[in-house]
Design a protein around this ligand. Structure first.
Ligand SMILES: [Zn+2]
Length: 463
């Protein structure tokens, strides 16, 4: 039995892992690598040969760094089944289509920019919407905790990972030449008390091998309970100045969480009478998927669902799908809350709102997600005096408030508790930068565990 680490090894993007025995090989996740453009193109367009050898694939959740390269896999002639939950399948339909459209737009932009360069080789998108539809035809859905056969000698059970809607940990029971082994792959792990979805479930013991994420292996998050109070305070202060509150938010997960908390504040009479705009077609589509999957909700959200109104769309919420509707938000007079993608302010509609709002000190940019290095979002968090938007330097006079209570990832203490409870004979850390992995490795080793952080391409033989 072997593990081959094909992506998200000592980094947080491009998740891909191969688990194989002498009888079968199973691919866990096939994520898009996000990084410098040339690297990303090279890695995403050419999947490792090992991935194509897999007899089946299992998808942990619909984030693009886990699901985003499934269309390339299928386009390369791969014909296996892709197992996942129903919610992840439905979310992936929108997330992958959006990824295809972004690639299309990028390719068109680059080809246009180099139109006068005779040496330029026109580029095509890595995949298109037809490839997405073809990939979706391979998906087979199973609910949590229902054991199923994946390949010869391999059965799998999905356990709720509590990270986003439909997210799963994968429990693999392998049988090879009379040997039995249990391998657990955590996928991205959530934390207790997140709005909407249920808390992560503990996987069944005993576990021989654990492959776990380590994104925040070096950090503690503010408590989830602080979310509503912090958000209410930011809204109140912005309204008192007569300003607008802009929230750059990922279309999947963060937008729905913020909406639910806003709704709770509204019900509790703590939300001033101002309009709320969800300015992202993808967020609108994704929110419609949430409505289809109450089976993933926690008890609190279900109780809320029993109420008279829509959890994600109380009367103050306006959704704007077209470009014209989006631009019209610029004309709104007085305080308002505007949520728009992209989450790291790297592209999308959030940019025209930023251009419109950053120079006015009455406004607030509310940061509710991780901002990677070299993104506009990170420069806002760092409060640079000037920020470049569409090539023009603008003075950053708006307030910038960061709420890290909204993180959908387990923090260092959660990860240590999870790894220690699993108590696997060997633990492998993935989906983390070395600076986050090393302190986590030390803490887990302190609990008597054997912990490694493999690099990309590493093959580990399991005894
Ligand atoms: Zn994720």
């Amino acid at each position: 039995m072997r593990l081959t680490f094909l992506g998200a090894a000592r980094e947080v993007t491009g998740s891909m892992l191969l688990v194989d025995t002498d009888r079968a090989a199973v691919l866990i996740d096939c994520g898009l690598y996000q990084g410098r453009r040339a690297d990303a193109r090279q890695r995403n367009a050419h999947l490792p040969a090992e991935a194509l050898d897999a007899s089946a694939a299992i998808l942990t959740h619909a984030h693009i760094d886990h699901a985003g390269n499934l269309p390339v896999l299928v386009r390369s002639g791969w014909r296996g089944a892709i197992y996942t939950t129903a919610a992840t399948r439905d979310l992936s339909a929108y997330m992958l289509r959006d990824a295809a459209r972004i690639q299309q737009a990028d390719a068109e932009y680059l080809n246009r920019r180099h139109a006068d360069d005779p040496t330029w080789q026109p580029i095509a998108p890595i995949y298109d919407e037809d490839d997405v539809a073809a990939a979706l035809e391979h998906v087979v859905c199973f609910p949590y905790r229902r054991r199923f056969e994946v390949a010869a000698g391999v059965t799998a059970t999905l356990y709720n990972a509590g990270h986003i809607l439909g997210s799963a940990q994968v429990v693999l029971d392998l049988e090879d030449r009379g040997q039995r082994r249990r391998v657990v792959v955590s996928g991205d792990l959530g934390r207790r008390g997140l709005p909407i979805i249920r808390d992560p479930d503990p996987p069944p013991l005993p576990i021989d091998v654990l492959v776990m994420e380590s994104t925040y292996g070096d950090r503690r998050h503010a408590p989830v309970e602080q979310m509503a109070d912090d958000l209410a305070q930011a809204i109140e202060q912005t309204c008192a100045r007569g300003g607008k509150l802009l929230i750059p938010a990922f279309a999947l997960g963060r937008t729905q969480e913020v909406l639910l908390v806003l709704h709770q504040l509204h019900r509790a009479g703590r939300l001033p009478p101002i309009p709320v705009f969800i300015d992202s077609p993808l967020a609108i589509d994704v929110t419609s998927v949430f409505r289809l999957h109450p089976e993933c909700f926690d008890a609190e959200t279900r109780r809320f669902l029993d109420g008279p109104d829509d959890v994600f769309g109380f009367e103050r919420v306006h959704t704007t799908r077209t470009r014209e509707e989006s631009m019209a938000i610029n004309d709104v007079v007085g305080p308002a809350i505007i949520m728009a993608a992209s989450g790291m302010a790297e592209g999308g509609r959030v940019l025209h709102h930023l251009r419109n709002l950053v120079e006015d000190p009455r406004n607030t940019v509310l940061v509710v997600g991780f901002m990677a290095q070299h993104t506009l979002g990170r420069r806002l968090v760092e409060r640079r005096p000037q920020v470049k938007i569409w090539g023009v330097e603008r003075d950053l006079r708006a307030q910038v408030v960061t709420l890290d209570a909204f993180s959908a990832h387990a923090d260092a203490d959660d990860l240590v508790a999870y790894g220690a409870r699993c108590a696997a004979r060997r633990t492998f850390l993935v989906h983390g930068e070395p600076t986050a992995q090393e302190p986590l490795r030390e803490r887990l080793a302190g609990r008597g565990l054997t912990v490694e952080a493999p690099g990309r391409g590493d093959v580990i033989e399991l005894d």
